[in-house]
Design a protein around this ligand. Structure first.
Ligand code: 4NP
Length: 173
């Protein structure tokens, strides 16, 4: 959670969530990591990703996601799929779902403080609420799609990462 002790730097933590944690949320994880590093904020913004299903625990990102990300300069090679952990709702300031089905699954396991939008609780919502240029509300699942589907994921993710960085930068300053 956000730390405001005067002896410590304030940090903000973000968890990206999709179904499998091998396509969309690792893409958001890797892209946001790149965007945050370029902004010099890597010591102040913690980033992770998880899946609601647990189907691919321990697996690397899908090769199609890794390759598409690599073509734009983002490295997903260190990322491994994990499921949601019980304490994720306590540990993260932002928990951002890729689509409304993921959000619904998260709401089913979220503590009351999160569902009631308590100011101290994690902010739970759709990642594309931070979009700046696109009209999409959700990042479509590319798993059964072609190369275009993975390019669309990157377009949507890059756009929303800019909006998210803008919001978090305001919080940090
Ligand atoms: P993701 O995509 O939720 O973006 O990681 C999927 C990955 C795997 C499956 C579905 C979606 N699957 O059916 O195994």
């Amino acid at each position: 959670m956000t730390s405001t002790l005067s002896t410590e730097k304030k940090t903000v933590s973000v968890l990206f969530v999709c179904l499998g944690n091998i396509c969309r949320s690792p893409t958001a994880h890797g892209v946001f990591q790149g965007v945050v590093e370029r902004a010099g904020l890597q010591s102040r913004i913690e980033i992770d990703s998880a899946g609601t299903s647990g189907w691919h625990i321990g697996n690397s990102a899908d090769g199609r996601s890794s390759e598409a990300a690599k073509r734009r300069g983002y490295d997903l090679s260190a990322l491994r799929s994990r499921g949601m952990a019980e304490d994720d709702f306590e540990k993260f300031d932002y928990i951002l779902a890729m689509d409304s089905s993921n959000l619904h699954d998260l709401e089913a396991i979220a503590p009351a403080a999160v569902l009631n939008s308590d100011p101290q609780a994690a902010k739970l919502g759709l990642f594309l609420a931070y979009s700046q240029q696109s009209d999409y509300d959700e990042v479509p699942d590319p798993y059964y799609g072609g190369e275009d589907a993975f390019e669309l994921v990157l377009n949507l993710v890059e756009d929303a990462c800019q909006g998210l960085l803008r919001e978090i930068s305001c919080e940090l300053s």
